[in-house]
Design a protein around this ligand. Structure first.
Ligand SMILES: [Mn+2]
Length: 344
């Protein structure tokens, strides 16, 4: 195991030993605060930890340090009735034990100020922190899968809401098993699937956009230009860049489209969302070459994203059009085509 280098991460002979070491951290009179950067996996994992500690401590509070903007996540919280308290520093004095799930103390400034009793996560291990109890498994597709083992070992059967949250978490973090899933993720998925409610899951998964965002589809289609099989559109100002992702995923379904570029203005930045099938193409490489020197850019073979402050582009958002977007990318296609023909 790569993570054996982390001091304080003990080796256990069995899941039972591991679970009892975790539970030994807590006493009946404890007030436990679980901190998360709320997303499907951290929300589900926090619920699972709350279930593990139920009846064993006096109180468990789940607190999100980020604002939940994504509609799917808002619907997850409301439809699964996940009890959440937005973070405020006074929570730290109102609790005496602290747990971090699906994240590490180095990931957020506010986490660095907390002395965590337990950290359970699946992100690559970072250094420069410690906790009484550490369980980091970077080879797991989701933290929810790690917590599946805890729940099974504790012989705790999940209720409908926890099971639905766990299924959604595993689906989201493994991108529907398209990436980084291991056998344990599949086993956990199968297990929770039996106890979940598929209508609730469907409701969360289908909540991609607000009615007020439909207008952006109209603008995107009106401004859509094809150059060969590449689709380009500039949507103008949007309140939340998530809508650009929804539009890009939609255009990527159109037959005989090899690349999709959807751009918009969000918080004085040009946000560009790129989609392709990833077959002999590399969206991440393309955006890095085109935009890295101007802002942040990167991604995978089939999906990528760039965010560039308009001031670095030397053009105002008002002057920007779909043609500007095409011109920004055109030369990079030409460059790449010469060097690496398979990109197109
Ligand atoms: Mn995760």
């Amino acid at each position: 195991m790569k993570n054996s280098s982390l001091k304080g991460q003990p080796k256990f002979r069995s899941n039972k030993e591991r679970l009892s070491a975790f539970l030994r951290l807590f006493k009946k009179q404890d007030q436990v605060l679980i901190l998360i950067v709320a997303d499907p996996d951290s929300l589900a994992s926090a619920l699972a930890v709350k279930k593990l500690l139920q009846g064993k401590v006096q109180k468990v509070t789940i607190s999100n340090v980020n604002e939940i903007k994504r509609l799917n996540n808002q619907v997850m919280v409301s439809s699964l009735k996940i009890p959440l308290t937005p973070f405020k520093p006074s929570l730290l004095t109102q609790h005496n034990k602290f747990i971090l799930v699906d994240s590490q103390p180095t990931h957020q400034e506010v986490f660095k100020t907390v002395k965590f009793n337990a950290v359970i996560d699946h992100h690559p291990l970072t250094s420069g922190w410690s906790a009484d109890y550490v369980d980091i498994r970077p080879d797991y597709g989701a933290t929810a899968t790690i917590l599946y083992e805890y729940l099974k070992t504790a012989k705790l059967r999940p209720g409908i809401r926890l099971a639905t949250a766990m299924v959604y978490a595993i689906k989201t973090d493994t991108n529907n098993f398209e990436k980084s899933a291991k056998t344990q993720d599949v086993l956990a998925f199968q297990y929770f699937y039996r106890y979940m409610n598929r209508h609730l899951l469907h409701k969360i998964e289908c909540s991609d956009l607000r009615r007020s965002e439909l207008k952006y589809f109209k603008i995107a289609l009106e401004n859509l230009k094809y150059v060969q099989k590449r689709a380009f559109t500039f949507v103008g100002k949007v309140l939340n860049a998530d809508i650009l992702v929804v539009i890009a995923d939609f255009l990527n379904k159109v037959y005989e489209t090899s690349w999709v570029f959807v751009a918009g203005e969000c918080k004085k930045k040009l946000v560009v969302i790129v989609r392709c099938d990833g077959y002999r193409k590399d969206a991440g490489k393309l955006v890095s070459r085109a935009f890295k020197h101007l802002g942040s850019a990167g991604g995978h073979k089939e999906k990528a994203r760039a965010e560039i402050p308009f001031e670095n582009l030397g053009i105002s958002p008002e002057e920007f059009t779909t043609h500007t977007l095409i011109n920004l990318l055109k030369k990079h296609f030409r460059r790449l085509q010469k060097r690496e023909a398979p990109l197109i």
